[in-house]
Write a protein that binds this ligand. Sequence first.
Ligand code: G1P
Ligand code: ZN
Length: 543
Amino acid sequence: MQTQTIATQPIEGQKPGTSGLRKKTRVFMGPHYLENYVQAIFDGIGGVAGKSLVLGGDGRYFNDRAAQVILRMAAASGAARLIVGQGALLSTPAASHLIRSRGTDGGLILSASHNPGGPEADFGLKYNTPNGGPAPEGVTDRIFAATRTITEYRILEAQDVDLSTPGEARLGEMVVEVVDPVADYAALMETLFDFDAIAAMFARGFTLRFDAMHAVTGPYAKAILETRLGAAPGSVINAVPLPDFGQGHPDPNPIWAKPLVDLMLGESAPDFGAASDGDGDRNMILGRGIYVTPSDSLALLAAQAHLAPGYAGGLKGVARSMPTSGAVDRVAAALGIDCYETPTGWKFFGNLLDAGRATLCGEESAGTGSDHVREKDGLWAVLLWLNILAATGKPVKALMEDHCAQYGRNYYRRHDYEDVEADRANALYDALRAKLSALPGQSFGPLMVKTADEFSYDDPVDGSHSAAQGLRIGFAGGSRVVFRLSGTGTVGATIRVYLERVETDPARLTLDPATALADVAAAAEAIAGIKAHTGREAPDVIT
Ligand code: G1P
Ligand code: ZN
């Protein structure tokens, strides 16, 4: 087998975003595009000679081909061992766990998360560091710098490696170890949760619907929920990963998982409903007659995690991304533990988890996780909920009502304006930033602005500074609106507007969220002029 050195030149725009590099699949499939980026990752992390890496992805279109290219490039650059999920599949949390449990030098995950898949849809690639977490900005900056100076890449001339069965093979000097993508992850879950109590709950007739959305969590959910825990066969639906996710949008929210929401809010709802995204790190939680917002889910899990064996000793602290609601803050205050507010993106939790400062973390975008891995973890969140339901014997709705009665309620919604012309989105954002300092003291309807600033973050562990992480406007009484531009899109710009209102009056804990947030939404429009800037009458997606 021969190593080829291919001359190339920098390709514009290979800048990793909130979570790795995401582009249209056809862009990734273009000449040298994937190869340039993979070589830049290798160069950005100081080469891969003698190193071991984990490799897998969410099974979307081009996943299999990209995996073969990466294997040949790793072999050509002298990697010692690549641990690959069977069929080149690994959920993001399972990949994180493998990197940690096998002590590798990191891993490459092929995924564009919840973005659609297919030749006309999206593809992505991210590098995770040896702690199992997404590369921090220092590393992604080096990778990006390498994409701008690249002149050649190395690749082995070889046939495809058979990834269809577990076992070891050689590619040149490199060992390719194909592993069952589910086994190690399922074993980890068993150490955290009371599987016997959950199984007993299913044996008593507890009913579940888990929508894997034709994405990577299907095999994990089948193996754990149905086979191991005894949920009725068929409880896990859309369980076979498809390259185009069944032409769906594998994003577990009330828009894209509407059939599940309709089922859970309807007459014949099972006891518990959940869904996960393309690469298995997001989750959506529902009970009979109730949708639990991700921010509320984080708060409830923080309050009740001690009921699961893995968290019986209590939590060291909690962390949430800045736009995530403050519901978990009040739980942390009651527990007497620290609550950290980080920029958007899981990579900002890594240091807190590594340093033992936080045990649970969460984002409003359906991400929840703990220190068991260094990624958010959809199925983990489902299992923690099931453990809490088994331990308390209460339905989801009653648990949430009790929680709100004790801590109050943070009404919360996110309005997304998608595929806005980048110039228009930037104009809105820049104009808003420019007027922030003049806002305090001004009133918009019944709301008076108390604080307005651009969020920046000083990492308490390594001292790194992250500027320009979103514009936030706080009103007297605790309501809030946050504006951000998405860092994961592949076309145009997405403006995210996060609305929040805190309510502690027992008589007002069961309002419709849209009604509860109407004043905050009106203030957001009055302050930012969203309609005028975007030409849109309403958001494209509300979650
Ligand atoms: C979005 C979410 C963010 C999440 C990221 C990756 O990023 O808002 O919370 O960490 O996807 O799943 P955004 O598009 O807002 O930059
Ligand atoms: Zn994801």
